[in-house]
Write a protein that binds this ligand. Structure first.
Ligand code: TRP
Length: 435
């Protein structure tokens, strides 16, 4: 489409110590993709996001340092990619407000993390919103600002984050539609989530997904003795040496695979079949992991001993990035929404009439073929036309179904209408229902 390189944006929340799961699932693939041609990479420390869950200032600071040092130790080159801290870009929270003002509250109500918190409250017999902060609720809007401010095209994420990218698209689309009609280029590119199928979600010590919330992680740069101890504690079944073992569902095997070549993995598969003892398999895993991590661990330790250097690197990244993209983007967006220099106002001219965005509406009608149809309209725009139904009742039922979020998909999109646009329009019906 456009000639500019594809922009890929990766953010990590600064609320913990990087572990092997972060490394294999996010850091390693992200840095590998930085090697490809025609991409512009953005890596940032989502420290504003960390405030949502973490109320411990020392921890936020420590985690920011550790994660920054981790990226650098793993090979990130700040001269080749954008490397910065979210809170050093003041345009991000400003854009968040603009997006907040187009974000459907009903859509935010449906965010997984918020819904899970409400469900938990209900289970506990509490008030729906007990203990839930506005920060948790607005989390997806802040995340959308991170992405949209740089018009990132691709955002590599885990499955749990896909909904956030869909929301970012929704806010972008609403903003483009409200402020950008008649403009050659929309204000925002619609970002795409990239889920790397080949990238492992690593199991943790107890076999569940490796995650800080399960307290089952292996810290990436833990000293070798501690690494070994943790690996020796990975859960296995009780089969004895000499008994054939299952690779399916074996956390140990999955971890081994994530740090090994195809041949090494194959050899381990055979060793499982041949009855390798768990202790031996764990020793092999330790050796593989340590071989990959050791050189980086050394760099990490050198980096972390010089926090002021890391601070300089982050500030330099943010200041260049701000001047290059964030500030110009916000100048355009402020103008778009009407936060303008008053001296440029035309004094006598009639106020610019911008149609407030029409609400989507279903219209039912009968065609010459005797069948009953409906279409979804938004102002003058025809978003979709249904197939023909034998009775108005059936057509009405289908309308109700679509409003509720289910549909048979048997309809024709209007000219130049995207599925996203239809989804955004349909979401408004559900917004109303839930508010
Ligand atoms: N929410 C992401 C996570 O918890 C971190 C994040 C914040 C992010 N802003 C982002 C990821 C923007 C990608 C793009 O993993």
């Amino acid at each position: 489409m456009s000639a500019r390189p594809t922009r890929i944006l990766t953010g990590i929340t600064t609320s913990g110590t990087p572990h092997l799961g972060n490394y294999a699932g996010a850091i390693r693939p992200a840095l590998a993709s930085a090697q490809s041609k025609d991409v512009e990479n953005f890596y940032f420390l989502a420290d504003f996001h960390s405030l949502v869950k973490c109320g411990d200032p020392a921890r936020v600071q420590r985690s920011t340092l550790e994660i920054a040092a981790t990226w650098l130790a793993c090979g990130l080159d700040p001269a080749k990619v954008w490397f910065y801290r979210q809170s050093d870009i003041p345009e991000i929270p400003e854009l968040m407000w603009f997006l907040t003002c187009v974000a459907g509250k009903g859509l935010l109500n449906r965010a997984h993390a918020y819904k899970a918190a409400v469900d938990k409250n209900r289970m506990d017999g509490e008030d729906d919103d007990a203990g839930i902060t506005g920060g948790l609720y607005m989390y997806p809007v802040l995340m959308a600002a991170d992405i949209l401010i740089f018009n990132a095209d691709k955002v590599p994420v885990g499955r749990d984050q896909v909904q956030h990218i869909e929301m970012a698209r929704d806010f972008a689309q609403r903003f483009n539609h409200l402020y950008g009609s008649g403009r050659a280029e929309p204000y925002f590119v619609l970002p795409e989530a990239v889920i790397e199928e080949s990238v492992a979600t690593l199991p943790g010590l107890d076999g569940r997904k490796m995650s800080k919330s399960y307290d089952n992680t292996i810290p990436l740069f833990t000293p070798p003795a501690e690494l070994k101890k943790l690996i020796m504690g990975i859960v296995t079944d009780s089969r004895l040496p000499g008994e054939a073992k299952d690779t399916d569902g074996s956390a140990l095997f999955q971890l081994y695979q994530a740090f090994s070549s195809a041949e090494e993995t194959e050899a381990m598969r055979e060793a499982y079949a041949a009855g390798i003892g768990w202790g031996d398999a764990k020793q092999k895993l330790f050796e593989r992991v340590d071989a990959e991590i050791a050189p980086m661990r050394e760099k990490y330790e050198a980096l972390i001993a010089r926090p002021a250097d890391i601070e300089d690197i982050l500030r330099d990244g943010a200041s260049r990035l701000g001047a290059r993209y964030a500030m110009p983007a916000l100048a355009t967006l402020r103008d778009a929404v009407g936060l303008r220099d008053l001296s440029t106002a035309a004094i006598k001219a009639a106020p610019e009439r911008r149609e407030k965005r029409a609400m989507p509406m279903f219209k039912q009608y009968r065609e010459n073929d005797g069948k009953f149809y409906f279409k979804l309209m938004q102002g003058e725009r025809e978003l979709l036309v249904s197939r023909g139904f034998d009775s108005p009742r059936e057509a009405g039922q289908q309308v109700a179904l679509m409003k509720a979020g289910g549909a048979d998909g048997d309809y024709t999109l209007g000219e130049n209408v995207s599925m996203d646009e239809v989804a955004a329009a349909l979401a408004e019906f559900r917004d109303d229902a839930q508010d």
